[in-house]
Every structure is written in structure tokens, then in C-alpha cells.
Design a protein around this ligand. Sequence first.
Ligand code: PXP
Length: 249
Amino acid sequence: MASLGVNIDHIANVRQARRSVEPDPVTHALLAELGGADGITVHLREDRRHIQDRDVELLRQTVRTRLNLEMAATAEMEAIALRIHPDMVTLVPERRQEVTTEGGLDVASQVAVLGGIVERLQGAGIGVSLFVDPVAQQLDASCATGARWVELHTGRYAEASWQEQPAELERLAGGCAIARQLGLRVNAGHGLTYANVEPVAAIEGMDELNIGHTIVARALAVGLQAAVREMRALIQNPRRDPLFGSRVP
Ligand code: PXP
């Protein structure tokens, strides 16, 4: 049975929309763990559009499951990973213009460079996973870097029409089988939802699914009524504590 890694980048997206202190991804990581997450994933982007360095540092101290740091294969990020020491690093491609990670990493064209990063991170005791499309060429190359994990990109499956989806599912199952034969462990993620996750979770040999956007969207759906009720209760029955106002600077 596959385990669940919860990606909390979108909690940070809401905070950064106001450059505020809430919602705090560190607090919400704990809530995700209480809900049964097997791991917490954050993507520290070069432009720091959502997760901040401070988040990763605090998460390293507070996450009790496993902390998976998604990052680009750059010298800056490698130094951060070696300093903070997450349980796992997932190397992803990154372009500033993209809304979210768009494609898999082209491992085949940079085996030597990626192999160096993999060796240094794994040498420091950090597991390394490469986010790749489920194709033999990229999986062979991933194996050649020395990485022990791959994360299969499920974006094409998630975006496919219902007519195309069975073929995309086959590609994922085939990619998983190839990776397993190569001795790699297999995660998958991107664009998975409550509607499309089950066939992917049922693929033989799948270790972990990393899921973010749909869980945060669902949290709003199941939590908004209670949040509004709490605010209405304060407005309808405000505190009349004489010290309350004087405590506000
Ligand atoms: N895995 C990787 C490598 C990703 O880049 C992302 C998106 O940040 C995810 C999983 C989670 O994708 P989603 O937010 O669509 O569930």
C-alpha cells in the first residue's frame, strides 16, 4: 500500500499573498501529521514565492514523520539541504515563469552533474529522489546517477481526458515496473485529486504519493463553515473585558 506525503506549499501561498504570519505551514504540517500524513513535502523555490527558508528550518525541528525537500539542482539549494538535512531531497526542474512544476527533470542530458549532487547528498545520509516522466530513458538515467528513488510525474495522467487516461495510467504502471526492475524505489505525484488518485495508488510497487493542491482545496471546503461560525460567534457576543482594549497597542 502506498503511503501519503502531503505537500504544504499552498498553505504558504495563502500566507505569502498577504506577507502575513498566517496560515503557518509549520503548524499545518503538524495538523497534516495528526491527520495521518506519512511525510511532509515542501518546495523551496529559488524565487521563494511560497515556502521560505525559515519554514524549512522550523519544519526540520518539528516534523515527526519524514521531511521531503523539493528543490532545483543548484549549488545554493544543495548547500541548504546539506545544512538543514531533510530526510529526503526530491530534485525537480524549476523555471521562474511556471505556475507549478511543469515537466519531469531531464536526467538523461545531465547524468554527470546530477550524479555529483546525488553522491554528495546521499553521502551526507539524505535520500535523493528524481522527479521524472515515466519513460525508460529517464529511468535508466536516474539509475545511472546513483539515486535510490524516482518520483513519477503524474501530470499527464491527471490532465488527460477520460478517453486518454487508461493509456496514461499504463505509462505510469510501466514506468513503475521499469524503475523497480532497476532497483529504484518509486514515488509519484502532481495533479492527483480525490477523483483520480485510486488507480495510481493501486499500481503495484508504488511507495508514496505526494499530494498537495487538492488536499488544501478540500481543507477549505470542509473547514470554511466552521471558520465562519467562529467569526460570527465573536461578532454576536463580543468580549467586554475592560483590559482587552488597553492590551492592544
Ligand atoms: N510532486 C512534485 C515533484 C511537485 O512538484 C508537486 C507540486 O508542487 C507535487 C508532487 C504535488 O502536486 P499537487 O500540488 O498537484 O498535488
